[in-house]
Design a protein around this ligand. Structure first.
Ligand SMILES: Nc1ncnc2c1ncn2[C@@H]1O[C@H](COP(=O)(O)OP(=O)(O)OP(=O)(O)O)[C@@H](O)[C@H]1O
Ligand SMILES: [Mg+2]
Length: 377
């Protein structure tokens, strides 16, 4: 496991010629194959198979891999949800070797599981420490660093490894979905929204004017079926991440309740071409507002804690594809928000993929792309 720093992502594509990043979503299994062609990474395959009601993700994975869309036999797997834990710890500055010795003593207090039930990794971030880390006399600031701690229950990892091995693939990496988002952004993230006069649409906010370019952060937000992941990047490095147990499925359930229809029908109403009816929209709105409230809490926390400004929300996943949903979220959070496609900054082998279908699915493939690795410069 690792975060979105360059060395971590490179290990996947750096060691092998091609790899399939597999995002085991609760409503759809997604995969992206990246290959090194002439020394640089190219998207050479992708797939998206819905998890049908009553069937497991394993069945969707089998169907996906049997589709003939992939040539690689190597898989990079994602994990997330309640079996995973991410913490940003403030620790006294120390070497990597000292950190590896210290972490086992820290670990249990941060886990809702027993230590021997998890696989974990840790890494000192390059972030400057949070302001206000003072010594016990309230005197001068301590020399501290922020340590990223990520852990995942071994049984989840073992299950995922078993599934891909059963399909004849060799697992080469496991990463948290949260960090895969950061990897995808580093590989193919859009240019920042320009907010200064003459450069873009909006005049600089008061907060923009107070912060330097480096302190402007971007929040990557993947809205899935059952959960929403947020990873705030400052100068490309994660400084906050969290999962919120809300997503597109909650919208579908809200529609089903309000209109007294079955979940399948509610899902169809949500996706109706031409956009949702006013009634469907009204049913979904409270869910979007709840999500916006959770995201605002996280953004306020990281801004206060790190002294940064989250200038933009970049949305991926399927959960907010309903026409108008992003605009509702944008208004409720009070920050610019847009759905991003990772295809813009990416080389694509047009002989091996259906470009129209790829474009259609692009924002749902962000996590799978991040799992497949990013470019060595
Ligand atoms: N075109 C669309 N219009 C509206 N909603 C959509 C559309 N496509 C997908 N969704 C919704 O997006 C959700 C699935 O998105 P996604 O594939 O990102 O989730 P997932 O990765 O399977 O779930 P999770 O990340 O929670 O495990 C579902 O709730 C679905 O209803
Ligand atoms: Mg997902």
């Amino acid at each position: 496991m690792g975060n979105n720093r360059r060395e971590e992502g490179d290990t996947v594509l750096g060691q092998v010629k091609s790899v399939i990043g597999i995002d085991m979503g609760t409503s759809a299994v997604k995969a992206v194959e990246m290959s090194l062609e002439g020394g640089s990474p190219v998207l050479t395959g992708f797939g998206h198979v819905d998890v049908r009601p009553g069937e497991g993700q394993e069945v969707a994975l089998r169907e996906l891999l049997a589709s003939g869309s992939f040539q690689s036999k190597r898989a990079s797997m994602g994990v997330g949800g309640q079996s995973t834990v991410v913490r940003y710890l403030e620790m006294v500055r120390m070497s990597d070797a000292e950190l590896r010795q210290a972490i086992p003593f820290e670990l249990q207090s941060h886990l809702p599981f027993e230590v021997d039930e998890v696989t974990y990794d840790c890494q000192a971030l390059e972030l400057k420490s949070s302001p206000g880390q003072e010594n016990s006399e309230g005197g001068k600031e301590l020399d501290t660093m922020t340590v990223l701690l990520a852990a995942c229950r071994k049984d989840l990892i073992e299950e995922r490894l078993r599934w891909v091995q059963q399909e004849g693939l060799t697992p080469v990496a496991v990463n948290l979905d949260l960090f895969a988002l950061g990897n995808a952004w580093e590989l193919a993230g859009p240019a920042p929204l320009l907010t200064h006069e003459g450069e873009g649409a909006d005049a600089p906010s008061e907060q923009d004017q107070r912060t330097t370019h480096n302190e402007r952060a971007v929040a990557l937000i993947d809205v899935g079926a059952g959960r929403t992941s947020i990873n705030v990047l400052l100068a490309g490095e994660t400084c906050f991440s969290r999962e919120i147990p809300l997503g597109g499925m909650d919208m579908t359930q809200a529609i089903a309740r309000r209109l007294s229809v079955e979940a399948n029908d509610a899902e169809a109403l949500k996706r109706e071409s031409g956009g949702p009816s006013a009634e469907v929209e009204a049913a979904m709105l409270p869910v979007i507002e709840d999500l916006a409230a959770e995201l605002s809490l996280s953004i306020d926390y990281v801004e206060h804690h790190r002294g940064i400004h989250v200038a933009e929300l970049l949305i991926s996943g399927g959960g907010l594809l309903v026409p108008g949903a992003v605009q509702h979220l944008e208004r409720a959070v009070g920050r610019p928000a847009r759905i991003w496609s990772p295809l813009e900054g990416l080389r694509i082998n047009a002989e091996r993929v259906d470009l129209e279908d790829l474009e259609d699915k692009a924002s749902s493939l962000v996590v799978a792309l991040g799992l497949a690795g990013k470019v060595a410069a």
